[in-house]
Design a protein around this ligand. Structure first.
Ligand SMILES: C[S@@+](CC[C@H](N)C(=O)[O-])C[C@H]1O[C@@H](n2cnc3c(N)ncnc32)[C@H](O)[C@@H]1O
Length: 350
């Protein structure tokens, strides 16, 4: 069966690494294509296992992929007619494996997505797929039991797929307490991966908000010690609530990240979602925050330590890093964070 996962823009390669790491040695996986926001792969194991991927937002079973979509309405017809004789036997089996009930008159609804210039609209795409499935005896409904069929056209590609994940695939059960500007767990997971987790890690997020990054680190594998802090009592309360009693040893502090009560060279990994502006205020205040926090991060990081930072203030971070020449930017990934362009910096202390 062919599947696809949707990931945040910019994190496709990290999702690819996760997929390979988790499933390559099972002999069930073959990654077929990497597209913006999307990985397409063949998997012969139980699809339920794919629902535990931590970098993915959604999991789909791909019914059809047509590679020659044009602007013209005729390519719409080609997409819908590909369902005329489609054998749904394996689709039903796959749905059952992830706990979706199937029926002969399958209840369904269609979600459509379109990009690029076309001589048809999104609603036209939706309607032709609805008609094709109605013609196969399926039952169009908006009820809870409806199977979500996605019809998409991006670039030259047309896709018809069935959504296997619920809306909770990218959510985490630990995230009970929230704060504004909290990071998506899938992005936090990806940042933690970029820090190259190691069982001996002393791991720090000095602006931890609701604790998403620290929790993703705790869940990815063994560590030596987790340290989190925040200037806001409410944010720290959210971290404590989200951790509960699990994941020891760890310690949380109410502090100003510009002056950390820690000794020089004591931390292996720092992963941090730096404030982007709204929460901090004007540029001089943000500059001050970045300058002094980076100095502190550089002070507490061990030689050969690694830092992964997220910001939408690229120029500001670049300027401040110029003053700290022993911090080497190894990678800079452009990502989309809540519709805003941001960058993940991977920095080595050399
Ligand atoms: C963008 S949020 C981090 C969100 C977090 N990664 C999460 O997913 O919940 C930035 C955090 O930095 C904290 N912060 C701002 N200035 C700070 C400072 N000087 N020292 C410590 N924390 C600070 C804010 O209180 C906020 O919780």
């Amino acid at each position: 069966m062919i599947y696809s996962i949707i990931v945040s823009a910019g994190l496709e390669n990290i999702a690819r690494e996760e997929l390979s790491e988790r499933f390559d040695n099972t002999g069930h996986l073959k990654i077929l294509e990497r597209k913006p926001h999307r990985l397409i792969f063949r998997y012969t194991g139980n699809p339920r296992e794919l629902l535990s991927l931590r970098s993915a937002e959604h999991l789909f079973l791909m019914l059809k992929q047509l590679p020659n979509m044009t602007r013209s309405r005729s390519s719409l017809a080609a997409l819908s007619s590909s369902l005329t004789r489609f054998n749904f036997k394996e689709t039903y089996e796959c749905c059952q494996q992830v706990g979706i009930n199937t029926r002969k008159r399958m209840p369904f609804r269609v979600t459509s997505r379109l990009s690029g210039k076309r001589n048809f609209r999104r609603i036209d795409l939706q309607r032709v797929i609805e008609h094709a499935l109605l013609a196969r005896g399926w039952h169009l409904t908006s009820g809870h039991s409806a199977l979500e069929v996605w019809a998409e056209v991006h670039g030259d590609d047309g896709y018809i797929s069935v959504k296997l994940s619920g809306n909770d695939m990218a959510q985490r059960p630990y995230k009970q307490a929230h704060i504004p500007a909290s990071l998506k767990p899938t992005v936090a997971y990806s940042m933690v991966r970029l820090s190259r987790p190691h069982p001996t890690d002393v791991f720090l997020d000095a602006m931890c908000g609701a604790g998403t990054i620290l929790l993703e680190r705790a869940l990815i594998g063994r560590y030596d010690y987790l340290i989190g802090g925040d200037v806001s009592t409410a944010a720290l309360g959210a971290t404590v609530a989200n951790f509960g009693r699990q994941h020891q040893p760890r310690q949380f502090f109410r502090w100003d990240a510009r002056k950390l009560p820690m000794q020089r060279g004591t931390v292996d990994k720092i992963v941090c979602n730096l404030p982007f502006g709204q929460t901090v205020g004007n540029l001089p205040q943000l500059t001050n925050l970045y300058r002094h926090t980076l100095k502190e991060y550089a002070r507490v990081l061990k030689p050969r330590g690694r830092m992964v930072l997220l910001t939408s203030q690229r120029m500001l971070l670049d300027d401040e890093l110029q003053h700290l020449r022993f911090l080497n930017v190894r990678r800079r990934l452009a990502v989309d964070v809540r519709g805003k362009k941001a960058w993940i910096y991977v920095i080595r202390f050399t």
